[in-house]
Design a protein around this ligand. Structure first.
Ligand SMILES: *Cc1c(COP(=O)(O)O)cnc(C)c1O
Length: 398
């Protein structure tokens, strides 16, 4: 056995989260794509079967009350809350991330203008996941704002008393860079603007501290590190003291103070419920609820510690196994700037990833030249990491 194989064994033996892996459906494949679609928690199929056969099949309409369907968006929001450092009553689950970016960003501009009219700029991370940029452009047009796409590092320099809202990613989806949420939020607040954070690549992988850092609005998906399943609904966080002023641009009947009053005039519900729109997608939502059971008793700090240990070990194994000069890491070395993935720039990356997948190591390819490996601390082992780097070295060396 090589020195790195021995190290992997020792690290796995000392891993306090090792047992959580048993709660997932996995096979001999090394799965490093949980930042795109989290693996299936073993409890989900049974729960979905119950929801479909008993709750829908037999209770039918009664399930809106008796099975807790109607209150699922806020109940499941409260399950996500501790993972992102939020007290209860501030998160609702529903719709896609894209739709929630729209609600949050237009809502943010409206909030900013309540405090001071005339704010007419939206600042957005230019390196963002494309959907956030597309939605921001439309939100800017609808609200009569100018869109200012800049890199996150440039954000403090472009903020002014014209800034209404700032949309930022906590972790960059391509490079895995972790942005400084506390200091960027403080800078946004210093000019009286409203912050919107996209947590897609941080929630479930590292502590976010929404309440502690005074974040205004946040959105995130649940099918990456939260393992909710393909297309599982996203969530919206509205900080408690902003809720009574949050004016959703999608005021559907589910966010009405009296949804079954069927009144012609709109009156928003109190609290986080204002983030709801229409009838919740119950099948996906309750699959997500079952998936969240794997977090019981798992401190997010332990997840972060293991995530950093996994990515450190991966970088070390790549250094050892991959011939010099064939890959270049785009992921920051400094822990305070690193999310839970490693991005390696590599020639013919698309083809290389195909060959890795054939050899049982699943990551993904991001245009134009990036091999992306996501490390989900709940189920990725150090042995997986060592094998992935070894297979990468063999693939590139041959
Ligand atoms: C994954 C991801 C999304 C996904 O948006 P959907 O509307 O859920 O498809 C959006 N933004 C970021 C930053 C992401 O990483």
């Amino acid at each position: 056995m090589s020195e790195l194989t021995v190290r992997a064994e020792k690290l796995d033996a000392a891993d306090e989260l090792a047992a959580v892996r048993g709660e997932f459906v996995l096979d001999e494949v090394v799965y490093l794509d949980g930042n795109s679609l989290g693996a299936l928690p073993a409890a989900v199929p049974g729960r979905v079967d119950d929801v479909v056969r008993r709750q829908w099949g037999s209770l039918r309409i009664r399930s809106w009350d008796e099975s807790g369907w109607w209150t699922a968006p806020e109940r499941i929001g409260d399950r996500i809350a501790p993972l992102v450092g939020a007290a209860a009553g501030q998160i609702v689950v529903g719709d896609s991330t894209s739709v929630n970016v729209f609600k949050a960003l237009v809502g943010a501009v409206r909030l900013a203008r309540l405090a001071r009219d005339g704010r007419d700029e939206i600042v957005v991370d230019a390196t963002t996941f494309p959907t956030d940029g597309y939605i921001a452009e439309s939100a800017a047009r609808l609200t009569g704002c100018t869109l200012r796409p800049v890199t996150p590092g440039q954000v403090p320099g472009v903020l002014s008393d014209r800034t209404a809202a700032v949309l930022l990613n906590h972790v960059d989806y391509r490079t895995g860079r972790l942005h400084d949420l506390p200091s960027l939020t403080a800078a946004v607040h210093a000019v009286g603007a409203v912050s919107v954070w996209d947590l897609c690549h941080s929630a479930g992988a590292l502590p976010v501290g929404l309440d502690r850092h005074g974040v205004d609005l946040a959105v995130g998906c649940t099918y990456k590190y939260l393992n909710g399943g393909p297309g599982s609904p996203a969530y919206l966080y509205v900080r408690r003291d902003l809720q009574d002023r949050f004016d959703s641009p999608l005021p559907g009947w589910n966010s009405h103070a009296e949804p079954f009053g069927m009144r012609p005039d709109y009156e928003p519900a109190p609290g986080a419920l204002r983030g709801r729109v229409g009838t919740p997608d119950i099948l996906s939502m309750l699959a997500l609820e079952a998936a969240l059971d794997v977090w019981d008793g798992v401190p997010i700090e332990a997840v972060r510690a293991k995530s950093l240990a996994l990515t450190d070990f991966f970088l070390e194994c790549v250094e050892e196994y991959v011939p010099a000069g064939l890959v270049e890491s785009l992921t920051p070395v400094a822990h305070e700037e690193r999310g839970s993935q490693v991005a390696l720039r590599c020639a013919d990356a698309g083809d290389v990833m195909k060959r890795l997948i054939e050899r049982g190591v699943v990551g993904d390819f991001r245009h134009p030249d990036v091999l992306r490996f996501g490390f989900t601390p709940l189920y990725v082992s150090f042995a997986d990491v060592e094998r992935a780097a070894r297979v990468l070295g063999q693939t590139l060396g041959s």
